[in-house]
Design a protein around this ligand. Sequence first.
Ligand SMILES: Nc1ncnc2c1ncn2[C@@H]1O[C@H](COP(=O)(O)OP(=O)(O)OP(=O)(O)O)[C@@H](O)[C@H]1O
Length: 592
Amino acid sequence: MPQLAFANSFWESFDALEKPVKAGVRKAMKRFQQLSIADLYADKGLHLESVVNARDPRMRTIRVTDFWRGVVLAPDDGTDTFLLLNVVPHDEAYGWAAKRLYTVNSATHALEVRNVVAIEQLTPALEQAAAEAPSLLFAAHSDTVLRDLGIDDQVLRAARTIIDQPQLNAFASLLPEDQFEVLQYLAEGFSPEEVYQQVVAERRPADASADADRSLERAIINTTTRITLVSSADELTDVLSQPFAAWRVFLHPSQRRVAYRPSYNGPAQVTGGPGTGKTVVALHRVKHLLSRSPSSRILLTTYTTALAAALRESLALLLDDDKQLARVDVTTVNAFAYRTVRELAGRVPKMIGDADERQVWRRVIKRLDLPWTEQFLHQEYRHVVLAQRIASRGEYLQAPRRGRGTAIGPRQREQVWDAVEAFTAELRHGGVSTHLQLCAEATRLLGGSDLRRHGFDHVIVDEAQDLHPAQWRVLRAAVLDGPDDLFITGDPHQRIYDSKVSLGSLGISVAGRSGRLRINYRSTAEILTWSTGLLDGSLVEDLGGQGNESLSGYRSLLHGRRPRTAGFPSEQAEVTAVVERVREWLGQGAAG
Ligand SMILES: Nc1ncnc2c1ncn2[C@@H]1O[C@H](COP(=O)(O)OP(=O)(O)OP(=O)(O)O)[C@@H](O)[C@H]1O
């Protein structure tokens, strides 16, 4: 009986397929499992056929529906594991399959894929350009060093033409995965020994030197970071019905590198556009840190209660061990502050939300007959007083008010401070507190507490872009300064509130420890190109307030239809059309 395995390129296409095509894939895969190898080749429904002019003679296509083909790597060495590579519209399938070559990496022993045609076409022109270049990216490393790290002849020739990192990145989807990762690490300044440890040693099978088996089946077994092997019919149903299987099993090398880096020598930060897997990376980082020590405790925070619930569910899917799960606290920063104050002070004030807080400001404005709106004072208190931890009139009179828009003179500052005093007195009197005030109180209490009991070994922060300085301070106070103290993910382009924060000034310096994810796993390349076109060139201040971030290099490996645009005479007509269209998609089986 043939065995089935799925490459990560398959999952990338499968998740984006519409329901009837997914059903077609499931049917075809079931058939695969039911037939003998001889019957498989003879089966009219599957129509397993060779690809004309394929660079890899093992390439086959199978029929999934009238319009879709599966691309399969068929063993030709007497073993019986078939590797499903992709599901592609039928006229693209042959082109996709013809250009690709699968080989076994000499160092990691894993199966890799390259776009052999594109590399052959590009290399001669790049060689000419490289001959004139003042310096080359890998000049410091000898051929022997590169070969020992698994670089083969064709990749070596291409690597010798590379001038800088952007040029290397342009090769990302063309070069064999492990070899590309080795080159990326070297380009980032890691020594060959470090690269061996981080890429090769991690993947190379324990018995590699004695392992003479070079079959496709063996290579598939060795490629756990990119291939899932399915042995039974139940497992097949399971794996094809779980939409999240892919992120749990495979990470893109850029995701894996940041999530599974053994250790960061202090706070680390990962940014990336929407859907690039920042949350996925945060979850895998939790898994990595848990596996490093049997007793460490982790705080995993996010922005809203709903997101925290979703994180908890995803984490339970990722960790198969309940004991590990019990060592992670998944919560919002505000809920953590509340719990901390309850534990350390023995009691908690009544909390008030934004609407009640504005009412208090309205009363204060009336009482003191002030010329400002409650919105202005609410923001001033939040973005100047609480953000800078201002505790006295003198401090406020001197305080910078960066980003606040309206300038106010010394006399007005006196009046604002009167309002702040009246506001805080009223809250104190009523025994109530805002969430940010409670964060400040929790920070103070943690400062004098035993962090082994009330703090954590690691703090992971997801959706970090909207946190207020008071919330950052409580997170900083929850973990001792040191290696792997804070791991932060967020997207400055997705800021909802206008709260720009300088992390460095809060004792969270990520200098030299920040990475960026650029591959979108949620939207197709067509949607992404269209929508980022609207933002073209816009720069947004980064998470830590230390520079700007653009969307350059942001891309997707998924493909779909081109977005359609339509104009409407009124908002009502537009909303009605949107509702109709979403209904239509749901009717066609799109995930709700
Ligand atoms: N390596 C992967 N393989 C398959 N799917 C992935 C991978 N990484 C992320 N995804 C999927 O992409 C989608 C987006 O991932 P995630 O929510 O982690 O992104 P994000 O960057 O946190 O998004 P946002 O900016 O919107 O919060 C999810 O459906 C996730 O399962």
